[in-house]
Design a protein around this ligand. Sequence first.
Ligand code: PMP
Length: 423
Amino acid sequence: MSSRKSDSLRSEADALIPGGVNSPVRAWKAVGGATRFVRSGAGSHITDVDGRTYLDFVGSWGPLIHGHAHPRVLAAVSAALARGTSFGAPTEGEVVLAKTITAFVPSIERVRLVNSGTEATMSALRVARAATGRDAIIKFAGCYHGHADGLLVRAGSGATTLGIPDSPGVPRAVAELTRVAKYNDLASLEAVADRDVAAIIVEPAAGNMGVVPADPGFLLGLRAVADRIGAVLIFDEVISGFRLAKGGAQELCGVRPDLTCLGKVIGGGLPVGAYGGRADLMDQLAPRGAVYQAGTLSGNPLAVAAGLATLELLDADPPYDRLEQLGARLEQGLRGALRGRIGCVQRVGSILTLFFGVERVRDYEDALKADTARFERFFQAMLAEGFWLPPSQFEAWFLSAAHTTEEIDATIAAVGRAVAASD
Ligand code: PMP
């Protein structure tokens, strides 16, 4: 193992990799840059190449519901590794994983494995467009569904703004097919919903503008609008799937989507995504139907082994009650740590966000009012105390089953000091 330090690796990475990272948020731009390089993880902790250990609330951005390097996951991957890494032919594990997913999530009658959440959402949209013969889609401002062209679009100034690309390189012609409504606002959805819309895609618990729970009735409303205009309702459960409950957010809200996108937990820290749902929709896919979607490494044996081990653990010893208790304890402690300062803690199960400077966040516009300068000071103070938080005000903290009550209490105490230090 090399003994190079973060500073040296960072300057070399900057010259070789755009921005020094393989996914932008890792560069810590929102909190002053100078990311640290990680050497290893175990349970609830990670250790950087400089030898510092942190209590981790990123958890690889969601996959590691059982914590880092869980022995059962490692054993499953090692056993698969010994049999070979990839065949480009079907393997038994894929069937077992498909059976597990369809058992956990009843709305998923058929499922296809891919390699990332991005692939899952873009493929689900293709299926929806093929089924309806329509091109337009509706998404909600502040929801992230991966980086496919048509999904890198949010509201401009108004709730009903037609698509304006967030990124250069997204063809305007593609972005214009994306209509944007406000999260938790059915009136804004009605304003853009008509019979040209192939799909309504939503995070049923939003996690990419900070955590924003769906109001009771919002998701039911989406179902009703989708039914009325004949559009496909897609739940993007890349974060919430298997994390909020075995059956994801849809189990909790009782709304049955037509298609569901999965990622993160389903791969247990290896690259897996999936999309699935109604058999009549999924049976359009080649080779049964004419809708094309493929992948050299889709259903990769190592990734499937990690995912299966992760789901088997969730089944054998469901951590959801404990995660809820830990989450509630952390939520309450963080709220107390604000001590009268304006801010709020928003949580759904094991994901939460501490927002500074806003009393409540129901949609993207609210989120953008948060005090990011205070968050930066807070983040640095927490880092100095050995807590690895998401390096942005607009991301979720992820709890794992490896976190302990004592660690949560230590976090609350540190947050009290860091909040005071960031005044
Ligand atoms: N959907 C949601 C809800 C996500 O949070 C993410 C990633 N954070 C994605 C899709 C994209 O997944 P990936 O990064 O694996 O492409």
